[in-house]
Design a protein around this ligand. Sequence first.
Ligand code: ADE
Length: 245
Amino acid sequence: MRIDVVTIFPGYLAPLDEALVGRARRAGLLDVRVHDLRRWASGVHKAVDDAPYGGGPGMLMTAPVWGAALDEVTASGDDDAVPRLLVPTPAGAPLTQRRAAGWASEPWLVLACGRYEGIDARVLDDARRRMPVEEVSLGDYVLAGGEVAALVVVEAVSRLVPGVLGNPASAELDSFAEGTAGLLEAPAYTRPERWRDLDVPEVLRGGNHAVVDRWRRDRSLERTAAVRPDLLDALVARHGAAAFD
Ligand code: ADE
């Protein structure tokens, strides 16, 4: 899978050399390319922003700079390959495991990181004429720019690309994966059995898988009810009381 990230802070994306994503890149499973948006800026100052029409605080990133960058990056694939353009913004639809899983089966993603008050709206209107475009939000808070969100998207997507995870079963058991009925994961323990007078729960040491499964499900329900009651509500809305059988 190919992923291009366009940003005015390429250094922000340095973590993509590390850990799981870094390994996957070196193994040839992911082709991640980070581009400096200023390459497409002109003038002595290489400005990428300007004041918004209609007034208001802050600056917007300009259409000519983003247009030139996206034209070049999206034309650099094989034959007539067309990428999916993802734009992190607090005004986007929320990132979910389902969306990440959908993107993991795409051959090519381009992430456009905005800064300041965002990007001139015509950039996405124009891009939509040639490729699928999705705006994505990490949550209901405002970051200083799209770079951290791009890191999150790349990591969430990459670990779902076949071969990237050593043990694909770990992705299937994740809190938000399909197989786990939409509950948060139960707490987990490893050796030593006793640490600072705290013991690993007896049931987990017993080796009775049915009992372990029941215990994990109960802890999942408890945890979900405590911190994400909205997930339980969604489960009941989808499956009724049978969700808890
Ligand atoms: N850029 C700024 N805030 C953001 C958010 N919450 N999600 C995605 N991109 C952003």
